[in-house]
Write a protein that binds this ligand. Structure first.
Ligand code: ZN
Length: 253
């Protein structure tokens, strides 16, 4: 009889645990939706251009939205936040990570030029860089990602930006500074100013002849950055090995 009671209690305990787990899962899911509600109608498209790829393509490996456009199209922060990282990566090229008050992290990759430094506070619509083709990119485009809490190497926390932007389709034209509903956010004036600035200096991508090596640089990253090849750099600088040092000046052309 005692044994029966014991078993009964264990069964109840297990049932409680399972339901708690279930409720816990439900709760976090609800929290995500609540977070998304907070940002909905609030994010603006980060650039003028045409959507050239969406989330989940390439056997699920494409964890972002691609917006193709002209070289040096201004890239805007989709929301206010703090620049978490701003650097050159071999894959992302010139990339900026922004952490937003709602704990989302947004990623802006393949930039031609970065216009925001680590630790910098940015407003929604602030120009953080210019569209390009740096890193592993085919054609000039912005690769945009959004993550909950943090970016991870495995992109475990990536969310489909369409959950915030609304449905996006390949071939669709989007306007930087506007929401998918077409609402103009107050940043459009700033964007206008940037565009004027851009037309004043159309040659924003000068051909660099010399390059000062920065910490972390490799011949490979420099060749990607400056659109040349490793063998060309080695030949021009009479390098016998691939070893380079910070502050070293390299001739690129
Ligand atoms: Zn992409």
């Amino acid at each position: 009889m005692r044994d029966y009671v014991k078993r009964f209690l264990i069964a109840i305990l297990m049932a409680v645990c399972v339901s708690l787990l279930f409720l816990g899962g439900r709760h976090s899911q609800a929290a995500v939706l609540e977070d998304l509600k907070g940002v909905k109608d609030h994010w603006i498209w980060p650039a003028d251009g045409i959507i050239s790829d969406i989330y989940g393509t390439r056997q699920g490996k494409h964890k972002g939205i691609d917006i193709a456009g002209d070289i040096n199209t201004p890239i805007l922060s989709v929301d206010e936040g703090v620049v978490e990282k701003s650097y050159f990566s071999d894959t992302y090229g010139n990339v900026i990570f922004i952490k937003h008050p709602n704990q989302f992290v947004t990623v802006y990759a393949h930039l031609n030029k970065r216009n925001a430094a680590q630790g910098q506070r940015v407003k929604q619509g602030e120009v953080i860089g210019y569209m390009g083709q740096t890193g592993q990119a085919t054609g000039v485009h912005l690769h945009f990602e959004s993550h909950q809490l943090e970016w991870r190497y495995d992109k475990k926390f990536a969310i489909n930006p369409e959950m915030v932007f609304g449905k996006a389709e390949v071939g669709e034209t989007v306007r930087g500074g506007k929401t998918s509903a077409g609402d103009v956010v107050e940043v459009s004036l700033q964007l206008q100013a940037q565009m004027e600035h851009k037309t004043q200096s159309p040659n924003a991508q000068p051909l660099v002849n010399q390059y000062v090596v920065e910490p972390g640089d490799t011949l490979y990253s420099i060749s990607r950055k400056s659109n040349t090849t490793i063998s060309k750099i080695k030949e021009l600088n009479h390098l016998a090995t691939d070893i380079i040092k910070p502050a070293q000046v390299l001739i690129l052309r």
